[in-house]
Design a protein around this ligand. Structure first.
Ligand code: BGC
Length: 370
């Protein structure tokens, strides 16, 4: 259990996992029941433990956005189990969903589900993660290389004034195409610095399943293997950052070593306010869920012209050797100075992060409970 001591949110949520659900996420599952004739749409989310975003942000916001489009969403989480992912899809297909929205665990299992749906004439939308080699006609996500680039830029900012810093990189799952894109974006900024000798890369390690606990133990091994020396850490998301910070704290290094993150989770934002995490990447999930809901509504009505008008971007799937029509949203770099952006946008509530000794920091930053 890596979460011990990682902050008050978890304790308050009496949840003790990285799933500690932000109470807002802007969505209310108790929203008005869908009309009896509402069109069924199935949504499968990948995990709960790799990031607090899936249950905390995506689920309530997708629910709200789809209901607003007159759809009746059935939103399930595969809990990191590919077999369950496939079984959930089978159930949704036989229950008569008109569209399937999938955030895959791996490209292979995501592509298999998309192929099954296609065989039944059900269109699929890849949500957040592209299934390489898949058949989904649409993809809704963020500019994921840009996410990585912001992480690289954030690390560089946090390292200002340090000479020849030693860097450890804790990356996302090898099976998640996004993790590759984040890495590629980071390297646009960091590789020239490694190549020139300005920074020293100690080790870069991808973490199976984005498993936060493995992320922490892996980081600790690399750190001790390097004689306890580290000046900067790339952590691919807030969950991995939290695990890294737990280890840094154990060695008395937290607050001195900039750590990156992603997702603007309540725990990540609190770590930024405490000074333990340097940055996170804010991805407005409301925009992502709204886009997915609008696309799903168009496809459910068979209106591909309307869907094409929404998905004006395109990404290349090198495995399937095809371009996929996409909605690609803009991520934003968040440091202590602009944590307020995430609160003002409503993705996280001030009351979720401005607790105990962070209340004073919040008021200094002009963050107040609504
Ligand atoms: C998502 C991130 C998330 C990670 C782990 C990625 O595919 O884009 O937001 O932190 O998966 O769940």
């Amino acid at each position: 259990m890596w979460a011990a001591g990682l902050g008050l949110t978890m304790v308050l949520a009496a949840c003790g996992q990285n799933t500690a659900a932000p109470s807002s996420g802007g969505g209310q599952e108790s929203a008005a029941a869908p009309a009896a004739d509402a069109i069924k749409v199935g949504v499968i989310l990948p995990e709960t433990e790799s990031s607090a975003r899936w249950e905390g942000f995506d689920k309530p916001l997708l629910q709200q956005a789809m209901q607003a489009e007159g759809l009746a969403p059935d939103i399930q989480n595969a809990q990191g189990d590919e077999q369950k992912f496939s079984t959930l899809a089978d159930g949704m297909i036989s229950s008569g969903v008109k569209v399937l929205v999938i955030a895959s665990i791996t490209s292979e299992s995501g592509a298999a589900v998309a192929a099954k749906a296609k065989a039944q004439g059900i269109p699929t939308i890849d949500y957040d993660r592209l299934s390489l080699g898949g058949t989904s006609d649409y993809y809704v996500s963020f500019d994921n290389e840009k996410v990585g680039e912001l992480q690289g830029q954030g690390l560089v900012q946090g390292l200002q004034g340090k000479t020849n810093p030693q860097i450890i990189e804790i990356e996302g799952a090898p099976t998640d195409n996004n993790a590759t894109l984040f890495y590629n974006g980071q390297q646009r900024v960091l590789k020239p610095k490694y190549d020139s000798g300005e920074y020293k890369l100690v080790q870069s390690q991808r973490i199976e399943d984005w498993d936060n606990q493995i992320g922490g133990t892996t980081f600790e091994q690399i750190l001790t293997g390097n004689g306890g020396k580290v000046e900067g850490v790339v952590a691919a998301n807030d969950g991995l950052a939290g695990a890294v910070i737990t280890v840094l704290t154990k060695y008395g290094l937290n607050g001195q070593v900039p750590v990156t993150g992603q997702d603007a989770t309540p725990d990540g934002l609190q770590a930024i306010l405490r000074g333990d995490q340097y940055m996170t990447v804010y991805k407005p999930i409301k925009q992502e869920s709204d886009a997915a809901a609008k696309l799903a509504a168009a496809l459910a009505k068979g209106d591909t012209a309307a869907a094409d008008a929404i998905a004006t971007g395109s990404v290349n799937d090198p495995t399937g050797n095809r371009n996929v029509k996409s909605v690609l949203l803009e991520p934003q770099l968040i440091t202590k100075d602009n944590v307020k952006v995430v609160i003002d946008d409503g993705q996280v509530e001030a009351s979720e992060i401005c607790v105990a000794n962070l209340a004073a920091t919040c008021s200094e930053l002009g963050i107040s409970a609504a």
